[in-house]
Design a protein around this ligand. Sequence first.
Ligand code: PPS
Length: 288
Amino acid sequence: MSFDHFDYKGVRFAKELHTEESVSCAENEFEVFDDDIYNVTYPKSGTNWMIEILNLIKHKGDVTKSDVLSIQRRSPWYEEATFHEYIDKMDPPRIITSHLPHHIFAKSFFKSKAKIIYTIRNPRDVIVSLFHFTKILNLFTPTENFQNFIEDFIQGKAMFGSWFDHIKGWMQMKDDKRFFFITYEELLQDLRGGVVRICKFGGQELDDAQIDLVVKHSTFKSMKENPMSNWSEMPSEIMDLSKGAFMRKGISGDWKNHFTVAQSEYFDKIYQEKMKDLNMSFFWEQSS
Ligand code: PPS
């Protein structure tokens, strides 16, 4: 997985998007407000989907209010070097996105009452989604060698480091009242149920019709057709959508079309080893 990068506290960052200063500032200087909501994920785990859901909930399902800005401006990634361009324009409660691992997250968060929603996805599907993403996001040098790609992912050579460390780091907060986690697969199975749980966690009271609107506008089809959510506004020298879609397939289990049996068995072995101390069981562990 090739991209121009630097390492910060053992984690890999893309130079095109981050600087050591922007990451350090996100960790040490960023001021978290008590009413902030943080949408935290490992990349390709449903980040944009959660941005859409949270903004729709904030505006009680009114897409004309939630989607005034494109997705990357609505709930920007606060560790990125360009974040300062957006911060003053964010209306409270701010919905802020981050791929940061737990050990680099804003120190001020841990003294605040702000909330985190953490979305997790089957790592095999994360690999596949990322593999295709490297073909359209120009900061990557794309590769056709899927075996090497899996190996790099396992070794934490992807942006934001090791998936395993990310999950294990954040799961330290699983019993904290300010932390809510949900899987991409749960959202796929029951989007409405997920939205209701997220509203409950955030203390937002929406009636049934408003929840229906949140669901309607956050389906894969709606987001894929929505220019404010499908990244079509991005300049092609940054993201080349003629080479593939950002809203690619939006399904669970696409890894079965990419992994060989040997690759799947190999990944499984590593997964078991790396996740054995977590004492949690995820949906995909039964089905993969
Ligand atoms: S990023 O670049 O890290 O912010 O990407 P992220 O948003 O985390 O993940 C992109 C994948 O999420 C899929 N997606 C969705 N799936 C189902 N429903 C909805 N509404 C939805 N929105 C985004 C998107 O298609 C990417 O997955 P793949 O497997 O590549 O299709």
